[in-house]
Design a protein around this ligand. Structure first.
Ligand code: ACM
Ligand code: ZN
Length: 719
């Protein structure tokens, strides 16, 4: 009672002049009331904690360098961390009084959420762990809890290897946004990233592709051995690091498809037939587990047993996406199983496989998480958590079946999608930025009836395009995912609100925080206008605009008088954040000069070379490129360009490419000189160039795919 009275007294000074705050905290709290007065953290302050909050206190002390001590009564100037069993586990109340800061949470998770809010009440350089004391905070009371329990992010560490240091930095950034699940995509066709002690070859061989590895280097060069993996000790450390930040790591081993990698290490997992490899230059490109082989289940029991031991999460994600049944249809053993079970379609074999794994997981005390295709045929237990990625329509189908659902629809939550027309990334689910993600509930009110089944939301970053963007002057993962993660965080925590309010929180407060977190987040580009001979760029945020003219970038100091607005491009920058380029539209328009394309490769009947030569769509070959294959682009007249790109393969993602080779250029159409080595199947001339003809010559057999794509060239005029 005495303690209670003391608490009342300490907080009482701040009850007058209550003011509901405008949004400065992201995600927006349920209630934020500002009060008169301020609290000052001094070097004499301490962080005092109830025993079960020791790790929370140590976490806070990383940012506010104060001594920590077990709670034994209130002391003026302290930050107190307490459990309040009347609150939900993730709920918290943060009271900043004149004498002390009292943070109560329903559990360590709730206290963590309150700590993240407290950090946001302090200057942004706290995220660089450089907060100088004393430091004052305006008095306030914040009562808060999340709308959804599951606020997740999926990171693909297979296509692009992300080491422990980068992963931890990223986890810190997720935690600052109250994301509480990290779904780690640990295996895929192109890499196996977690040590399995009972099968060390999965990583000693399968963590690498290219070079002397039997695993095909779908992204990157044959000659370069690429990869890496987490030892179990490292992963346990990462799991603990994440847990201290209220993030549960959910491991994914993607099965039974997306398994080309393990199939190269253990070909015995594949179906029982000899595949045709004529299109892929003798390379066995299969990557689906045989459903009929008992040994496969024993192997997976070993693997999942170790995974279950490393990761305390109640769930293991076992994939189930994008599985073709074509290999099973060619396998006598799978066919026999299919017939003996009286199945109506070969895709039912996937359910059979998943049910076997479900049994294994249950015996390990774990529940299944799967991608939505895995419940196409109903059968998995309703304790299964389904990640609905393909579309909102698929999401509805899964909800209708009664499964617990994580909404992860590509059109809102795949952050490997492009954010603008001239930005990197994929586009199968659309081109969108944070605004679309933020507006999820404006567009999807029909989820209401299913609310009990919706555990929450997750965003994805599949990393096929990260690898080829590794040498950008900024971090592509950061750029693709922030501030879209800020929007995800709002959707899952507060269910969103007015975009304008959120946007001003971003630009007035949160850009600075992300910058100090060391994130090369995407800034909205400056607006560029041209009228009466004057070129102007403006932003509505606190960033600095830079202008590039004749290849030189410098700070923009105000309107530019010019007859050539197309000679100037603009970007907003902070220390780490960066916007896409902006300018008048002529800066970005391309030429389409008359062109003929020829090649040594056989071409698909419909996806023709003339289509590519007409700048409409890529041409497709009907086999992979071998050493000695070539493609030649010949223009009707010599073309002068300020920038030119010629690519084989998929835009933004080096697949279906001429894996290795060189480039010859001719200015007169007769005499060729070797000008470049192929990079990711293409060549970029980022300087003025004259081209009458250009030849790409392949020097390495097979690319592990069964065809190549030949893209239309991209040519920017000299301005
Ligand atoms: C997925 O994007 N294939 C889950
Ligand atoms: Zn089979």
């Amino acid at each position: 009672m005495k303690k209670f009275l003391l608490l009342i007294t300490l907080l009482a000074g701040s009850v007058c002049n209550e003011l509901h705050a405008k949004q400065t905290i992201l995600p927006r709290p349920v209630s934020h009331v500002e009060r008169a007065g301020e609290f000052t953290i001094t070097p004499n302050s301490t962080i005092s904690f109830e025993e079960e909050l020791r790790l929370s206190a140590e976490y806070l002390a990383e940012y506010i360098a104060l001594p920590t001590r077990p709670y034994n009564g209130l002391r003026k100037g302290d930050i107190v961390l307490k459990i309040n069993k009347n609150l939900d586990a993730e709920e918290y109340i943060l009271d900043v009084g004149r004498s002390c800061v009292m943070l109560q949470g329903g559990s360590a998770a709730g206290v963590h959420n309150g700590i993240e809010t407290l950090l946001q009440l302090l200057p942004a350089h706290i995220y660089a762990k450089q907060l100088a004391l004393p430091q004052s905070i305006a008095c306030a009371r914040i009562e808060d809890k999340p709308r959804y329990a599951y606020r997740g992010f999926m990171l693909d560490v297979t296509r692009t290897w992300i080491d422990v240091e980068e992963l931890k930095h990223y986890i810190e950034a997720l935690a600052h946004h109250k994301i509480n699940r990290l779904h780690l995509h640990l295996s895929d066709d192109e890499g196996w990233r977690i040590e399995i002690l009972s099968h060390p070859e999965l990583t000693s061989v399968g963590a690498y592709r290219g070079g002397d590895s039997p695993v095909m280097p779908r992204y990157g060069k044959w000659s370069e051995k690429y990869g890496g993996y987490y030892t179990q000790a490292q992963m346990r450390e990462v799991v603990a690091f994440a847990a201290q930040r209220n993030i549960e790591i959910i491991p994914e081993i993607d099965l039974p498809g997306h398994s080309h990698n393990i199939a190269r290490v253990k070909p015995e997992i594949l179906c029982n037939y000899t595949p045709s490899t004529s299109a892929s230059a003798g390379y066995d490109t299969r990557g689906v587990f045989c459903v009929a082989k008992e040994d496969n289940y024993a192997l997976l029991e070993d693997i999942l047993g170790e995974i279950a031991d490393i990761f305390p999460s109640p769930y293991i994600h076992i994939g189930g996406d994008e599985v073709s049944s074509s290999q099973w249809q060619l396998c006598p053993d799978c066919k026999a199983l299919y017939q003996s079970k009286g199945m109506a379609s070969y895709s039912e074999l996937q359910l059979h496989f998943m049910l076997r794994l479900e049994e294994i997981l249950h015996s390990l005390g774990k529940k299944c998480a799967v991608w939505n295709e895995a419940v196409k045929h109903k059968g998995l237990d309703l304790s299964t958590r389904v990640h609905c990625w393909e579309s909102m329509a698929e999401c509805h189908k899964v909800l209708n079946k009664g499964y617990k659902t994580v909404v992860q629809a590509g059109e809102f939550f795949y952050f490997d999608m492009q954010q603008g027309l001239r930005e990197g990334g994929h586009f199968w689910a659309g081109i969108f930025d944070a605004r679309k993600t933020y507006s999820f509930f404006e567009q999807q009110s029909i989820l209401g009836p299913y609310d009990d089944l919706i555990e929450g939301f997750e965003a994805s970053f599949f990393s096929e395009a990260y690898l080829s963007n590794r040498d950008l002057p900024y971090n592509f993962l950061h750029y693709q995912t922030f501030p879209r993660i800020c929007a995800l965080s709002e959707v899952a925590w507060s269910a969103g609100g007015e975009w304008e309010e959120f946007y001003s929180c971003l630009t007035e407060e949160h850009y600075e925080r992300m910058d100090k977190m060391g994130l090369s987040f995407r800034i909205y580009p400056p607006q560029v206008t041209y009228a009466d001979g004057i070129l102007t760029a403006v932003t509505d945020d606190n960033t600095t605009i830079y202008v590039t003219h004749q290849g030189v970038e410098q700070p923009y100091n105000g309107p530019i008088a010019t007859d050539h607005p197309e000679h100037y491009t603009f970007r907003s920058r902070m220390e780490n954040g960066i916007s896409p380029e902006a300018g008048v539209k002529e800066c970005f328009s391309m030429m389409h000069p008359t062109l003929n394309i020829t090649t040594s490769l056989p071409i698909h009947a419909e996806q023709t070379l003339s289509r590519a030569a007409s700048y409409l769509a890529p041409a497709r070959t009907i086999r992979a490129a071998k050493a000695g294959d070539w493609v030649e682009y010949r223009f009707a007249e010599a073309v002068r360009a300020r920038r030119a790109e010629f690519h084989t393969g998929t835009p933004n993602m080096p697949r279906f490419v001429f894996r290795e080779g060189y480039v010859e250029l001719s200015e007169d159409g007769e005499n060729f000189r070797r000008v470049a080595e192929l990079k990711d199947g293409g060549v970029v001339f980022d300087h003025q160039v004259t081209i009458r003809a250009l030849r790409i010559v392949c020097t390495a057999d097979a690319n592990g795919a069964s065809y190549c794509l030949i893209q239309s060239p991209k040519l920017w005029p000299i301005l």
